[in-house]
Design a protein around this ligand. Sequence first.
Ligand code: ADP
Ligand code: MG
Length: 701
Amino acid sequence: MIENFVPYPLTYLKGAGSRKADILSKELNIKTVGDLFKLYPFRYIDRTKFYQISALNEDLPLVQIIGKVNSKQLVGEGPKKRLVVKFSDSTGSMELVWFQSIKWIDENIQVGKVYIAFGKPNFFNGAFSIAHPEIESYPRTEGLIGNSTLQPVYNSTEKLKKSFLDSKGIQRIIEHALEVYLHHVKETLPSYILQKYKLPPLKTAIQNIHFPQDLKALKNAQRRLKFEELFFIQLEMLHSKLVRQLKYKGMVFSKVGEKLNTFYNQHLPFPLTGAQKRVIKEIRLDTQRGIQMNRLVQGDVGSGKTVVALMSMLLAVDNGYQSCMMAPTEILARQHFHSIQELVGENLIKIALLTGSTTKKQREILHKQLEAGEIDILVGTHALIEDKVKFNNLGLVVIDEQHRFGVQQRAKLWQKNNIPPHVLVMTATPIPRTLAMTLYGDLDVSMIDELPAGRKPINTHHFTEGQRLRMFGFIRREIDLGRQVYVVYPLIKESEKLDLLNLEAGIEQLRYQFPLPEYQISIVHGKLSNAEKEYEMQRFVEGKTQIMVATTVIEVGVNVPNASVMVIENSERFGLSQLHQLRGRVGRGADQSYCILMTGNKLSNEGKLRIETMVRTNNGFEISETDLQLRGPGDLAGTQQSGVLNLKIANLTTDHAILKEARATVVQIFEQDPMLQAPDHVLLKYHLDQENQGIRLDKIS
Ligand code: ADP
Ligand code: MG
């Protein structure tokens, strides 16, 4: 992309000596002029707009003020030492305060002179002040480029600032870089695409993203660069999908055989839903085509993904292949193992479990059996992707709860065979469409959009502390009806000690409220050993305990159909999709189920919105869309770890329309010119040839 075309090191730039180049590289990973061009401003100040001191109020964001320095004074000692400047205009006076870089500021600000101060006004002790304002002399002598009235503001860091690379400093370097190197920038998109979507040329966009002529030019530049960013992500994704399809012969599962038939006719305890049948059919078609399957199955919590996975694995077994199923936690892997064993019975196929707590000896036996092809289905955790684990002929990989696995981990599984196995990714968190398109754009998508018959929607209620006794009464009633109850506490690393105290206090209170022997409590939290967790879980699964108190370890996958109440303590501290996951642990049987969200009396606006959303709807899609809007995509779906999304300018929450255009464009390109041989597409081909970061499926042998 852009950086490929201006690969000159920063040290070529006047004003960016080796020290500055060094620190830019360390702090922002900027190594070339091209990288520098891609350091986009995070906002712009309208430089024609100034505030008068009398017009300030605390709700204003950052403001520019023209004023005179009346005095400056060093006050305080040690860490409280600061430089206080009295600053005034014709309407009033205020203070500018610095706690850092005091010496430099002191030397560069002169009493009696007029400056422009820029920062966020605070009201304190009856007067306005700005801490650490940016300051420049007035009238402006530099930094005016063209007739731009919008001044770029760049993110900086403490270290950068110490090397005079605050926003202003960065602006100066970029200004210079543009002067010298902008003409080296070559267009990256075919001109017919630019015309079709009315996008400005790359050079213009880069110039205007840093120093926009006006607001309209800025908007156009942003649109162009967002389009570019999303376009190349889609290009790479759809390209690797194409390569995979052209290059690899996928294993062919030609028949439905004895195992799947026996299971379907004799073991399956319920009729499949229409959606389950449809998805199984899609998988069946995929695995017959002689192309590697890469399919994402999305289905809300409780929609019955496990049985779809199981039937796909039986299909593999019937065709002489092994399968594995990977889960994100040990508990979940065990649950899958047990529930699959229960579903298929003892004798039909050989199933094994491999997790972090499998002993060395068991492991050695397992490895041998796997290599000899004696195990049909291997269920496990990350332990599955260790290099030592070798299969005889792995035909299908199922990944449950995808959002906890990175793309790299997915690829590691592909490499377990000469011919890459079929891959089925199951995710319970419905992913907002934009995110799915960007993250899993190379996968085909199936939806289980129907819950098994007879499920009643879960009733969700919000209780505050004052209603705690009512909550206890409620769960007592349900237990007396023979049902079971979850009580979940947040446990977050940063506040782990406090959370554990909280959990213990909660358990004390429950014991006090439920003293009789007919109320037994299971407790599961991260500090327990796996064996202890398993023991406690099992007691609850078997109905020996009525209440399960847990931290979020049960967040994914636990299946106890008799449980009818989910109480979530401090629920305002959970994210929306987590709340939805937790709630999905109940409502799995025929009984009416309930979710009770406990919170304190005071809630932040965002907290309130989350709770209201949960009370209002059971629809996982609606919830994930709201979640995306509240949190941004960074947190969702483990995008940070997976490293696929490192968006510099596009925003998946707001740029849906641009993403759609970009994707449609790429789809069309590959339809019309899959080998990218048209002269218009030479650059795209070049880009794909250059691009060797990330996972190139065509490089995996
Ligand atoms: P999830 O999609 O959240 O992984 P599970 O596969 O754990 O859901 O299924 C949830 C529950 O629904 C399980 O108890 C499972 O046995 C049951 N179930 C799955 N499919 C059906 C069906 N077609 N009819 C009735 N119950 C079903
Ligand atoms: Mg599941």
